[in-house]
Design a protein around this ligand. Structure first.
Ligand SMILES: [Zn+2]
Ligand SMILES: [Zn+2]
Length: 239
């Protein structure tokens, strides 16, 4: 029996043992590699293929090719990219990752592809956005670290889970806070404890979702001050 056949056989056995319901449509997930959603729900989730017209810096879909949205001008990262939109199969994968420290084979393939494209492909070191220690205690793991770990293996780049720290717990989400307000609550919330490790490195900063960019920008600010050559943000989804 060859490897592929064995996988199909194993998937069939697993499906019998643990029937997996698609978290998006309620249908059945026939192949383990797709994780929480079925193949059809993955197909209808918008995934970036690298050919879209986006803001060259923050990655937001932009009206003009080769343009910048300008709303990201003050943000401290060099560029930000995501696997796709925060919807359907990708949204469910993000939500599951908050409960279970596991990334499906399909998500791994998708995120590795984005990391290997320009401009993120110059990265030399992977750093996850840290969780505050209180939240780390209640959740037990940092979902950004799980993604960073998977990328470190697939890209064969060093994982640095100890240089960047979240020092204040002021990042409590308040409804109605605008982008400026959110920036203020996360500014200064991060510090680099081992500057020599990030000095002159092109950092691949990893998180689950890109929303306003305030959190990753605050991280980038700390990493740049510590001597990083540049900070490239990679997230599973963008809201
Ligand atoms: Zn489905
Ligand atoms: Zn932009």
């Amino acid at each position: 029996m060859n490897g592929d056949l064995l996988t199909v056989f194993y998937d069939a056995l697993l499906t019998l043992a643990y029937p997996q319901v698609c978290a998006v449509c309620g249908g059945s997930v026939e192949r383990r590699k797709f994780g929480v959603a079925c193949e059809a729900c993955w197909s209808s989730t918008r995934i970036f293929n690298g050919a879209e017209t986006i803001c060259l810096k923050c990655g937001v879909p932009a009206p003009v090719e080769g343009s910048r949205c300008r709303r990201c001008d003050s943000q401290s990262f060099a560029a930000a990219r995501a696997v796709g939109f925060y919807e359907g199969a990708l949204r469910e994968s993000v939500l599951l990752l908050k409960r279970q420290p596991h990334v499906s084979e399909h998500v791994e393939t998708l995120i590795t592809a984005v990391a290997m494209r320009e401009p993120l492909n110059v990265s030399t070191r992977i750093v996850p956005v840290p969780l505050h220690s209180e939240r780390m205690r209640t959740r037990g793991f940092n979902q950004a670290s799980i993604i960073a770990h998977v990328l470190s293996k697939s890209l064969r780049l060093p994982l640095d889970d100890g240089s960047l720290w979240r020092v204040s717990s002021s990042e409590k989400y308040r409804a109605g806070l605008d982008a400026k307000g959110r920036h203020d609550t996360v500014a200064g919330a991060f510090e680099v404890r081992h500057p020599r490790l990030v000095e002159n490195e092109a950092i691949l900063l990893v998180d689950d979702v890109f929303t306003t960019g305030a959190t990753v920008s605050a991280c980038a600010e700390a990493l740049n001050s510590a001597g990083a050559r540049g900070v490239f943000v990679l997230t599973l989804a963008r809201a």
